[in-house]
Design a protein. Structure first.
Length: 94
């Protein structure tokens, strides 16, 4: 039986962040989706199976904190990780 790839949803206004996340994860074991804001993230969570939500706290329009609270309420099975100030790239490589 083969393992299914985990899906990681990256939420950050910087499009390079998803590439950084993908490079930091073991090859072939994860699928990375990227969106730029909380609205897109909630839509993606509703439309696709996501295992991990990795979000910058400072997002355009709605805060990442609001996103994490809504994600917990609507999709409690999704693991949630947040970063702040320097973006997710700094969290992963710094």
């Amino acid at each position: 039986m083969s393992e299914r790839a985990s899906t990681v949803l990256v939420v950050d206004a910087d499009p390079a962040t998803a590439a950084t996340v993908l490079a930091a994860l073991p090859s072939g074991l994860h699928r990375v989706l990227a969106v730029a804001d909380a609205h897109q993230a909630l839509a993606t969570l509703g439309a696709q199976r996501v295992d991990v939500l990795l979000s910058e706290l400072v997002l355009p329009e709605e805060s990442g904190l609001h996103l994490l609270v809504e994600a917990r309420r609507l999709h409690p099975q999704v693991a949630r990780i947040a970063a702040k100030a320097e973006g997710l790239g700094a969290l992963l490589v710094g």
